[in-house]
Design a binder for this molecule. Structure first.
Ligand SMILES: *Cc1c(COP(=O)(O)O)cnc(C)c1O
Length: 448
């Protein structure tokens, strides 16, 4: 009988994160005003020292504090599943696996970093964290984490989500966070946006600007980001490190690892521990999947850009659609950030990682097949990585190849059922972000 679920013992949970900065080098972040490489003290108004150190560290292994492991143990180690039902449905000779991160209380991989970030902030005497959230996954992960370390939490939630997706707002409030629709009148930048664009639905870039402004202007308050930055992807490497141990238990090695990319944290966390193997010559394919509606890696350019709309953040060298990108309203599939993690972008630029973009109807079709063959209803974001895995499995059927395919199953879709409803009723429209908008946005990139 084939094993369906590969479980690690609690004591086999990794006790260090893997820092890929020991093995690859990226162009430094630049100060937004001087354009000089950023110094650690430049980041101190918004991040605690321990996280700044991790952001710039070249140490290959970083110890996971006992207090963080204590909380991780609520849901970690997470199971690796063999997708037997999906394999049968696809009639593929490939073995398909998925690393299931939906078992955390907020329902995604995001608490792998929110718990660590809350811990380091609390340890340095911070009393409140601010952040932004789109659909609410990151906000809920941070609200959950702040609870465990006695921190207050303020979440700027993109206005259209605040209005259309009440359940994650309720979840954040249940964990004790204050949730503010963005753009708001709480910040100078929010007020300015509301004056200039009274009917705007908001964007992640705007909400980030508000959360940073709030942190800078208040005592004992820092800002927390749920993706993109080096320390965030560092914390997420626990996904790939566990996966490695689980494949070792099976005496298998993945040939292909797929995952979805919004800011790049779950996918990077899944693949980074395998990247040194590829650099040593092992054959392993990494596929990053993103929406056609926000095609950062496939159509964006690799250049320095701001992380937010107000141009307050350091400049990061990354694939970008431009810092003033506002995602199309008809897009239901999540993954709406204009940039991506610089560490991941570097791997894409070097050809170590392949990127693919998908339309939302084909993504939801994959999600529905998965729900009907494996049972789990995954987040629309996650379904992009799943779609890539299904495509690979179909390719294996055509070529009669018995490959081992794994995808990072980043979270459940229980709060995204309205999007499933649209799909079930044939009401989702495919949308491709127009090339001319990308060309225009590139004109507005900082000149470096
Ligand atoms: C936030 C989120 C993503 C996208 O963020 P990354 O940083 O790219 O991982 C993907 N899946 C789920 C379930 C999420 O909550």
């Amino acid at each position: 009988m084939e094993e369906r679920k590969i479980l690690l013992e609690e004591e086999d949970m990794p006790d260090k994160w893997y820092n890929i900065q020991a093995d690859i080098e990226i162009p430094p972040p630049l100060h937004p005003a001087t354009l000089e490489p950023l110094k650690p003290e430049d980041m101190e108004p918004i991040f605690p020292k321990a996280l700044i150190k991790q952001e710039m560290s070249k140490d290959r292994w970083i110890r996971i504090p006992e207090e963080v492991k204590e909380i991780y143990r609520i849901w970690r180690p997470t199971p690796l599943y063999r997708a037997i039902g999906l394999e049968k449905f696809l009639k593929t000779p490939a073995k398909i696996f998925y690393k299931w991160e939906g078992v955390s209380p907020p329902g995604s991989h995001k608490p792998n970093t929110s718990v660590a970030q809350a811990y380091y902030n609390a340890k340095e005497g911070v009393e409140r964290l601010t952040t932004e959230t789109g659909a609410g996954q990151w906000g809920s992960a941070l609200a959950f984490a702040c609870r465990f370390f006695g921190l207050k939490c303020t979440v700027y939630m993109v206005k259209c989500s605040y209005e259309q997706k009440p359940y994650r707002r309720i979840l954040m409030q249940t964990w004790g966070a204050e949730v503010i629709p963005s753009p708001s009148d709480k910040t100078e930048f929010g007020r300015k946006v509301r004056q200039e664009m009274p009917s705007t639905a908001g964007s992640l870039g705007i909400a980030i600007s508000e959360a940073i402004e709030d942190a800078i202007k208040h005592e004992n308050t820092k800002y927390s980001l749920g993706s993109v930055l080096n320390h965030v992807v560092l914390h997420q490497t626990i996904i790939g490190l566990e996966m490695k141990k689980q494949f070792d238990m099976l005496d298998l090695k993945p040939d292909v690892i797929c995952g979805c990319v919004g800011g790049g944290s779950n996918f990077s966390g899944g693949i980074f521990p395998f990247v040194p193997d590829k650099m040593k010559g092992e054959e392993i394919k990494f596929i990053a999947a993103e929406p056609m509606a926000c095609p950062t890696l496939t159509k964006g350019i690799y250049a320095y850009d701001f992380g937010d709309t107000a141009q307050q953040t350091p400049l990061l060298k990354m694939h970008t659609l431009g810092h003033d990108f506002i995602p199309p309203a008809i897009h239901a599939g999540g993954l709406r950030y204009h940039g991506d993690a610089p560490l991941l972008c570097k791997l894409v630029d070097e050809g170590i990682v392949e990127a693919r973009a998908y339309y939302q109807n084909e993504v939801f079709e994959a999600a529905k097949i998965f729900a009907q063959t494996e049972g789990f209803v995954v987040a629309p974001e996650t379904a992009h990585g799943l779609k890539a895995a299904i495509d690979e499995a179909i390719r294996c059927r055509k070529k009669k190849e018995e490959k081992v395919i794994c995808f990072v199953n980043s979270g459940h879709g229980h709060f995204d059922l309205a999007a499933y409803d649209l799909y079930n009723n044939g009401m989702l429209q495919d949308y491709e972000y127009p090339e001319e908008l990308i060309r225009e946005a590139i004109q507005r990139l900082p000149c470096i």
